[in-house]
Design a protein around this ligand. Structure first.
Ligand code: HEM
Length: 402
């Protein structure tokens, strides 16, 4: 036992050194991290092997190492030495990002954030190394003259496993490379200029008519009035439209239903992305976990398949990727397949989920507020008298720029 005290002291010093090192260089999941974590065991094993059994050596090494490491981390994060010490926020947020994971897991992150700003003011420390700012006048100071790259939360939101060397191929929304973002953004802007929008509009009108006809048929079959799950129909509608808009068609959820569980897989992937944005290092672990990671893998492989099909078959109509490829090739030599692949998940989520959420909420609030529903109906009827023109035709919309 004569080396026990030295072993324990070395363990403590090593844990403090690891904290210091990780404080300057964020650890990532890798073989080197595994090696770092092996050291306490080796140290203790060599020094006190003969005095204690292996399970006791193991326990002594890791209980002491992790207790020292976590105590040191918590003490530093709550101390006045931390660079964000002067900003107010709840203790749990200052101590660990895991608190944010807990809050996000209940789907109430937005209420929580608002509650924090109501209590602490326009700048709140919402994580050990994260601030939330609601004061718009501070934006120029925060972004600086050159702009600011997107934060690490976008690493956590990635849904596909891409090796580091492919970093430049990440899609517009998650790329943290400002140059790459600028080039892609220019292409996306061109793909959403007036002329391309008119191409997408025809596709949208066709799907909107399909939705209305489907709902009408259900009602007619039940004598005029029927109960339907509107949220689910809207999800199918936006998914079908997104398929037309981005991949030249091929999705028929409104007609055939969702037997492949595309919508639940997308919803689960977004839920995971929302959790992992607080702990980006956990994102690749979660993706690879058996069973738990299945929805995200299935969604990733669906997006990959669509990208491949879209690349191999040029659609008859000009879709999003037609315009993106045309716009992007003015500035880059990157292969069309890479462009389609790296932006396919973005196109699916942005085209289907966001629009479905907005439509579902709009319908919910209109139906639960009949006065507003009546007012909106009056306005629409006045602008598009039913006998003259269709309200689906945006060319006849009074506020349309065209
Ligand atoms: C009503 C529907 C939509 C809503 C509410 C919405 C909302 C948003 C929000 C909040 C962001 C910023 C995300 C962030 O930085 O965390 C964003 C970014 C983006 N959205 Fe949408 N979106 C909608 C529809 C669409 C559609 C239909 C597309 C294209 C298919 C699209 C493409 C994008 C892209 C490419 C970005 C990234 C922009 C950038 O980083 O420069 N969105 N959207």
């Amino acid at each position: 036992m004569k080396y026990l005290a030295s072993a324990l002291l070395l363990d403590v010093l090593y844990a403090l050194a690891v904290h210091r090192r990780f404080n300057q260089h964020e650890p990532s999941l890798s073989w080197s991290l595994l090696l770092v974590l092996m050291v306490p065991l080796l140290l203790t094993w060599v020094l006190i092997n003969h005095a204690l059994s292996f399970p006791m050596v193991f326990l002594t090494a890791y209980v002491l190492f992790f207790t020292t490491l976590f105590t040191s981390i918590v003490a530093y994060r709550l101390s006045s030495f931390h660079p964000l010490a002067k900003y107010p926020g709840p203790i749990m947020c200052k101590i660990s990002q895991l608190w944010a994971v807990l809050v996000y897991s209940r789907g109430k992150g937005h209420y929580y954030r608002k509650m924090l700003h109501d209590r602490y003011g326009p700048i709140v420390r919402i994580g050990p190394n994260e601030l939330s700012v609601t004061e718009k006048d501070m934006l120029p100071y925060i972004l600086g003259s050159q702009g600011m790259p997107k934060g690490p939360l976008f690493e956590g939101r990635r849904m596909t496993s891409v090796s580091d060397k492919d970093t430049e191929h990440f899609n517009l929304i998650v790329t943290r490379n400002m140059q790459r973002h600028a080039v892609l953004r220019k292409a996306w802007n061109r793909a959403f200029a007036d002329a391309p929008l008119r191409d997408y509009e025809d596709l949208m009108l066709a799907r909107a008519r399909q939705l209305i006809n489907a709902l009408k048929t259900i009602c007619e079959k039940q004598g005029g009035v029927a109960g339907v799950d509107v949220a689910s129909w809207i999800g199918h509608f936006t998914f079908d439209f997104m398929g037309d808009m981005a991949f030249g068609g091929g999705f028929e959820l409104m007609r055939d239903g969702d037997s492949e569980r595309l919508l639940p897989n997308m919803a689960m992937s977004l839920y995971y992305a929302c959790l992992c944005q607080a702990v980006p290092w956990f994102s690749p672990v979660l993706r690879n976990l058996p069973y738990i990671g299945e929805p995200i893998r299935a969604f990733g492989s669906f997006a990959f398949q669509q990208a491949k099909i879209r690349h191999d078959q040029e659609p008859d109509k000009k879709d999003l990727f037609y315009h993106l490829i045309a716009a992007y090739h003015a500035d880059s030599e990157e292969s069309p397949f890479t462009l389609i692949l790296s932006n396919s998940i973005l196109a699916i989520v942005a085209g289907a989920d966001t629009t479905a959420t907005v439509l579902r909420n709009t319908i919910f609030y209109l139906l639960t507020n009949p006065a507003y529903y009546a007012r909106l109906r009056e306005e629409v009827d006045a602008a598009f008298p039913p006998t003259e023109t269709s309200a689906l035709d945006t060319k006849s919309c009074p506020v349309s720029p065209s």
